[in-house]
Design a protein around this ligand. Structure first.
Ligand code: HEM
Length: 103
């Protein structure tokens, strides 16, 4: 999913790219494969996408997020581990401040 043949600046974090036709969530062009592809593609793809969106939207809607102790974004440790799924090597610590009273 970082093949420069298919992606411009694949190592750059660029959310704008999801707005273009480069996105290929159903892996029809085998460019973007979080759910696998082909005949054995994940059958839960739509459920998975909706679940992630609803979790993320709720976290953003209800909280302000900051790095702890005045840490700058550039200082964020983005080291990754090798594996089937991409995970952080070290935990991400954030300070969450609720926007409004949560019942
Ligand atoms: C973010 C959530 C999810 C991710 C990233 C994910 C990812 C994957 C991946 C990579 C595969 C292997 C595809 C391949 O072999 O090419 C797979 C298979 C599968 N997934 Fe998911 N999945 C997710 C959620 C779900 C959910 C919610 C369900 C069911 C409700 C589900 C059901 C399945 C099934 C049944 C297969 C086997 C398909 C087959 O082999 O024919 N997945 N998934």
């Amino acid at each position: 999913m970082r093949d420069p043949t298919y992606w411009k600046d694949p190592e750059t974090f660029n959310m704008e790219r999801v707005k273009t036709d480069e996105q290929d969530f159903n892996a029809s062009r085998f460019q973007y494969l979080p759910y696998g592809g082909g005949r054995r593609i994940c059958t839960g793809i739509n459920f998975g996408m909706a679940s992630i969106e609803i979790i993320l939207v709720n976290l953003i809607y209800h909280f302000d997020w900051e790095l702890p102790g005045g840490m700058r974004v550039e200082e964020l440790d983005m080291e990754e581990t090798m594996g089937l799924a991409l995970t952080r090597k070290n935990p991400l610590y954030l300070v969450a401040t609720p926007h409004h009273k949560i019942i």
